[in-house]
Design a protein. Structure first.
Length: 58
């Protein structure tokens, strides 16, 4: 695929990723304030923990 034919697929992937992240926050943290955090803050605080553990656990 070339040109603008790729746009609908890219849009669907990005929308799906946003939905998964929103549902993950609601299901994993139902009563905590984390579920209202913005995606950038989630990446910084939640997702970086596993990266730190993987990097330091040699």
């Amino acid at each position: 695929m070339k040109g603008f034919d790729q746009n609908p697929f890219w849009l669907a992937v990005v929308a799906l990723a946003g939905e998964i992240e929103a549902w993950m926050s609601l299901l994993a943290f139902p009563t905590h304030e984390i579920r209202r955090w913005e995606p950038k803050k989630l990446r910084m605080h939640i997702y970086s923990v596993s990266a730190t553990i993987a990097r330091t656990a040699r």
